[in-house]
Design a protein around this ligand. Structure first.
Ligand code: ASP
Length: 439
């Protein structure tokens, strides 16, 4: 299929699968404009604000169990056998490299384009001052850098206080320990597998509320600030898309070139359906069966490598998400007039790298784990609620774009590892004539 047809199909698929969200977005804009003209608009704004906040609170509810169980299940399964351990190490190395590139690109673009500038005027002065002071406290604390790292080490009160960074650190150490103790870890890993499945289900249920949630959040934003709010996020959307394109067309081809002999155009052709489904569903997990089929039946990657690398990648590695999270948090800081020093930027990058691993491969999964980064800056969701609302209203569009590199990079890493291990059938990859259908 010609590339322009593929793009059209992807767009069509996207609109079809997301029609309800797109409808909610448009209906929200209309509702917001109507509310602006009403005499009792305060009452309506309160109702819309209530529904929108309820949706955000629901998202917050699943953060800790979802993130913790995803990390434990992902890491614990790395240590299953010696060989898988070796492949696992390579996988971690490539994924880390790609994620570092993503956060560096994301932060550089966000700092140079300054997408938060346009949103600044919608943030109330009082809230901006509160947020600036809060971040200042964190930055001043750096005079005592040791204390910050000490605070990262969990203690008994971390869980009670819901401090995410120390909890996450404990979860990673715990998962590494589980991975090294062999078969005896089965009951605990199965336990967390069940928790993961259940919290994924809860997230699915919460996402049913995404339509009224997006409707209410959009209508609330428009009613308060006017329709301009949607146009004013255009620089933010553009910054993310430019970053994702750099990842797709510069970073991955370079990785493939340096570490393997795989031609990126052949690989992209082989996984084109997976990329389209990723765009259409905004979910790496939902795309996984198509990704596996493309990689095995067309890209020539052995099923051994596919079945190990791709599922873990779909749950634990999301560089498109890391890139978006870096840009979104920097945009929020710019919108609130928070001056960011180099340490804060590095901190945002590191936290985004961690938070993207913790994101579930579902629509808005990255949005949920982004709360980790905010809390690392000493901010709560309530404090940046106004800015958060703006960005969330248009998040589905951004989500569709960022899910494409999330899925593509899994195939890139799988093909590099397969080529290193002699598990890649170059004849199949290079011979489109014999490719089988996948969707
Ligand atoms: N939707 C993304 C994915 O499934 C995750 C995200 O929200 O960033 O890969």
């Amino acid at each position: 299929m010609k590339i322009h047809w593929q793009i059209l199909v992807a767009l069509g698929l996207g609109v079809k699968r997301h029609w309800h969200i797109i409808f909610a977005l448009i209906a929200g804009v209309v509702m917001g404009l109507i509310v602006q003209t009403l005499d009792n608009k305060e009452v309506w704004i309160n109702i819309l604000g209530f529904v929108g906040q309820a949706f955000i609170r629901l998202i917050q509810m699943v953060v800790i169990p979802l993130v913790a169980s995803a990390i434990i299940v992902g890491i614990a399964s790395l240590g299953d056998s010696k060989q898988l351990g070796k492949i696992g190490m390579k996988m971690v190395l490539y994924y880390t490299l790609i994620t570092i590139m993503a956060v560096v690109i994301g932060s550089t673009l966000a700092l140079s384009i300054n997408p938060g500038k346009n949103i600044q005027k919608f943030i109330s002065h009082q809230q901006a001052v509160e947020v600036q002071q809060q971040v200042q406290v964190m930055q001043d604390d750096r005079s005592n850098l040791g204390q910050i790292y000490l605070n990262m080490i969990p203690n008994a009160s971390s869980l009670a206080k819901g401090e995410l960074a120390p909890i996450l650190l404990f979860v990673i150490v715990f998962a590494l320990a589980l991975a090294t103790i062999g078969e005896i870890n089965r009951p605990v890993v199965s336990f967390f597998e069940s928790i993961f499945a259940a919290t994924m289900k809860i997230t699915d249920w919460i996402m049913w509320a995404a339509t009224p949630g997006v409707f209410a959040l959009t209508a609330y934003s428009v009613a308060i600030s006017g329709i301009k709010v949607l146009f004013d996020t255009r620089f933010y959307i553009l910054t993310v898309i430019v970053g994702l394109l750099i990842q797709l067309f510069i970073v991955y081809p370079l990785i493939l070139r340096i570490f393997s002999k795989v031609n990126f155009k052949s690989l992209y052709r082989a996984i084109a359906e997976a990329m389209m489904v990723a765009f259409g569903t905004a979910s790496s997990s939902a795309t996984l069966p198509v990704t596996i089929a493309c990689c095995e039946r067309r890209a020539g990657i052995s099923s051994k490598i596919c079945s190990f690398v791709l599922p873990l990648g779909a749950t634990m590695h999301m560089d498109g998400t890391a890139l978006f999270q870096t840009i979104a948090v920097i945009t929020l800081c710019q919108a609130y007039g928070v001056p960011l020093d180099i340490f804060s930027v590095i901190q945002i990058c590191i936290l985004a790298a961690i938070a993207s691993c913790a994101a579930a491969g579902i629509p808005s999964g990255g949005w949920i784990s982004m709360i980790l980064i905010l809390s690392g800056l000493g901010l709560s969701l309530d404090q940046v609620g106004q800015g958060f609302t703006f960005l969330f209203a248009i998040d589905r569009i951004v989500d569709m774009f960022r899910t494409v590199p999330n899925v593509t990079s899994d195939a890139v890493v799988a093909s590099v590892i397969a080529s290193n291990e002699g598990e890649l059938d170059y004849d199949l990859l290079g011979n489109q004539e014999v490719w089988k259908e996948v969707v």
